[in-house]
Design a protein around this ligand. Structure first.
Ligand code: ADP
Ligand code: MG
Length: 224
């Protein structure tokens, strides 16, 4: 059982003057939530996602995962939790060009416990699961944006994370491909994954079972 719990968590940048990217925030994300986070550009969405995903540390307050304060934990512990429990998807896919879809998914497991042959097997299964087995040997340059993002999602879920964090996953996609990616995220959520999606697309946001909005670093839960 994993529960993500921010208490008075803040992230302030200091370049000359302080930028309060995330103001003191209390937030619980529970297993099997599908949380969407909306807000204007610069409001603090990515900052919140990065703190939750252990890509960044709060400058004040606590962040407990399963009861352990990760805000104070060392990089080794944070890296282990991030690698074992979390998957990430970003707007621009971050696929390696001149590598096949299969190889890209395998690369995501390079620092995990699996041997090369297992990595290949798991990668093939992940591509199968997202409906892209037939594109396994394609280079990302031969793929549509929607296909690229689905490969990135396959890479993120291959390690069987508990939580999938997505920062503007449909930001570069047309409405048809946005729909495909949303269907996939919904399906993964129904399969038991906790999903956290940053988006400025209100249609994408409406898919969440919980909807948060961020305004000037302040996080608010929308009542539905
Ligand atoms: P969003 O994802 O909603 O567009 P961000 O979380 O990226 O917003 O940024 C929130 C605020 O923090 C913005 O004012 C942004 O300029 C500032 N910010 C983000 N990253 C940095 C950084 N590395 N150094 C200084 N300020 C930053
Ligand atoms: Mg952002």
């Amino acid at each position: 059982m994993i529960c993500l719990r921010l208490r008075g968590a803040e992230r302030t940048y200091n370049d000359g003057h302080p930028v309060h990217a995330l103001r003191p925030t209390d937030l619980d994300i529970n297993e099997r939530d599908f949380v969407t986070i909306t807000g204007a550009s610069g409001s603090g969405k990515s900052t919140l996602l990065n703190v939750l995903g252990l890509l960044d540390r709060p400058t004040a307050g606590s962040y407990e995962i399963g009861g352990v304060n990760m805000a104070a934990a060392g990089e080794k512990v944070r890296g282990a939790v991030r690698g074992q429990k979390f998957g990430f998807v970003f707007q621009s896919y971050h696929l390696v060009l001149r590598r096949t879809a299969l190889e890209n998914v395998e690369l995501g497991m390079l620092y995990g416990p699996h041997k090369a042959r297992e990595r290949r097997q798991i990668a093939a299964e992940a591509l199968e699961r997202i409906g892209l087995a037939h594109r396994s040997h394609a280079d990302p340059r031969q793929m549509s944006g929607g296909e690229r993002q689905r490969v990135a999602i396959a890479r993120a879920i291959a390690t069987k994370p508990s939580v999938l964090f997505c920062d503007e996953p449909t930001g570069n996609l047309d409405s048809r491909n946005t729909g495909k990616v949303l269907d996939l995220l919904r399906e993964l959520h129904q399969g038991g994954l906790t999903v956290v999606v940053v988006t400025h697309d209100l249609h994408v946001a409406s898919v969440g079972t919980r909807q948060l909005s961020v305004t000037d670093g302040r996080v608010r839960e929308e009542q539905r």
